[in-house]
Design a protein around this ligand. Sequence first.
Ligand SMILES: *[C@@H]1O[C@H](CO)[C@@H](O)[C@H](O)[C@H]1NC(C)=O
Ligand SMILES: *[C@@H]1O[C@H](CO)[C@@H](O)[C@H](O)[C@H]1NC(C)=O
Ligand SMILES: *[C@@H]1O[C@H](CO)[C@@H](O)[C@H](O)[C@H]1NC(C)=O
Ligand SMILES: *[C@@H]1O[C@H](CO)[C@@H](O)[C@H](O)[C@H]1NC(C)=O
Ligand SMILES: *[C@@H]1O[C@H](CO)[C@@H](O)[C@H](O)[C@H]1NC(C)=O
Ligand SMILES: *[C@@H]1O[C@H](CO)[C@@H](O)[C@H](O)[C@H]1NC(C)=O
Ligand SMILES: *[C@@H]1O[C@H](CO)[C@@H](O)[C@H](O)[C@H]1NC(C)=O
Ligand SMILES: *[C@@H]1O[C@H](CO)[C@@H](O)[C@H](O)[C@H]1NC(C)=O
Length: 407
Amino acid sequence: MIGLGIAITLFSPLVAWAISPTHIACQLKKPKGISALEGCARGTIYVSQTDREAKFTSVQAAVESLYVFPLHLSPIIEGVWGRPERGDATILIGEGEYFEIVNVTRSGPLTFLGQLDLDHLDSTISPTRNLVQIWNNIFVTEPPPAEDDAQTAVLIVAPSFNASLIGSGTNGAPLQPLFGNTDFKAYNIDFSNRAANFSISQALVTDISYANASFYGCTFASYQDTWYTGRNASTYVIDSVIFGQTDWFLKLAVVRWFENVVMANRACGGGLVAWKGTDLITAPGNRYGGYVSNSKIMRSPDANATTVTDGQCFLGRPWNDLATTIYLNTFMDDSIAPIGFIPFDSARPVIMNTTFYAEFHSTGPGGNVTGRTPIEHILTAQQAKEFTLEKVFGGIPNWIDFEYIDG
Ligand SMILES: *[C@@H]1O[C@H](CO)[C@@H](O)[C@H](O)[C@H]1NC(C)=O
Ligand SMILES: *[C@@H]1O[C@H](CO)[C@@H](O)[C@H](O)[C@H]1NC(C)=O
Ligand SMILES: *[C@@H]1O[C@H](CO)[C@@H](O)[C@H](O)[C@H]1NC(C)=O
Ligand SMILES: *[C@@H]1O[C@H](CO)[C@@H](O)[C@H](O)[C@H]1NC(C)=O
Ligand SMILES: *[C@@H]1O[C@H](CO)[C@@H](O)[C@H](O)[C@H]1NC(C)=O
Ligand SMILES: *[C@@H]1O[C@H](CO)[C@@H](O)[C@H](O)[C@H]1NC(C)=O
Ligand SMILES: *[C@@H]1O[C@H](CO)[C@@H](O)[C@H](O)[C@H]1NC(C)=O
Ligand SMILES: *[C@@H]1O[C@H](CO)[C@@H](O)[C@H](O)[C@H]1NC(C)=O
């Protein structure tokens, strides 16, 4: 058993590949004649559209098989007592493109493994760098509340429909009493919303609400609102690529940490991070916010050259006045505006001092903090020590796989 994880960076310094020592044997694409499930933990469920060994051809069918009763036969009222579930589960997803919405409502730990071919690791900044792609093309066609942005997500991890909603205004949808998945993990999978090749409206990739979830070596691609971490949720993303254009990191409540990711600007709109914070009375001592650490922000290779002009992309804008967004040790190319953060819109033209916008040791042409908005905090090394993973999550989360990232 390998004690430490290995992080392999091949060919290009741009996108890290990291392999899970725990799961690699299962994830490897097997030669003909060898079961795809060779090397997998007992009980692993296999999904493939082409391999007849697979029990399911869609990821969602595999997820639904984890309930004791099929969803439509469930005698329990959803969202009230929950539905009886089978225990911890792992789903191996075979190479291929899956056109579907994946909706994880269960609370038991669930791991998605994307099949891997170590001879063909793609290190380019591409929305299809993995062998497995899960995608959809839904986008918002009517303004909320007629339609909630959440209804466009490709991957939903939330205990109920109401818990998945974003809502509008500075406070969003009403607080829900449930907590959903306590430990959702995905390895080496591309998730994308392909509604268009440009920003048409909100078209989410993830909606993680009232859940704890982590992602390893994945990509998330859309234009507007790519990533959404909702209320009561904590998310952790490492060695991944996120593509977007407008407000492409959104969130409502708890903590979202991105480590060694590439944030690829497909165009500039709103801010990279549009955040709603939570006050200290509702959540005393909270460090809720968006944290981007040891990462790179750059023009996407597929960006429209006329829309990503130099210095036109902003680091964030405050969806409410309690927004917290912090960039640590992050490279920023010249697509980033010297001012950094901007007010939300003309109706709220001032960034209030109740927000907390900060940077520590930004590098690259967009990382020159001389011209940043005065409300921003440029942290000293001593101050930056307050923003470690352990401190912002209030302890080292037991739902993060650290074997993967060591080394
Ligand atoms: C996800 O599943 C829940 C529970 O069955 C359901 O209420 C919700 O509408 C589903 N969401 C989508 C987008 O299918
Ligand atoms: C979901 O929210 C709606 C509107 O707030 C409410 O009428 C409904 O009862 C809620 N459903 C559940 C299962 O809580
Ligand atoms: C989670 O939601 C409950 C209400 O369901 C709320 O009381 C609690 O403060 C929330 N916790 C966090 C960490 O936001
Ligand atoms: C996006 O562009 C690609 C390549 O030009 C094309 O194949 C694809 O159909 C386009 N998709 C949409 C939704 O416009
Ligand atoms: C680039 O964006 C501009 C402005 O939105 C648009 O007019 C043009 O058609 C886009 N070009 C391509 C190749 O998508
Ligand atoms: C924050 O701004 C308000 C005015 O909007 C001002 O009264 C207050 O003193 C400021 N607080 C700090 C800590 O600067
Ligand atoms: C940073 O920007 C300022 C102007 O805002 C400029 O004077 C300075 O030379 C720049 N520093 C670097 C290292 O480019
Ligand atoms: C979710 O993660 C947070 C941060 O690690 C932790 O404090 C919380 O207890 C977790 N929630 C559940 C229900 O496991």
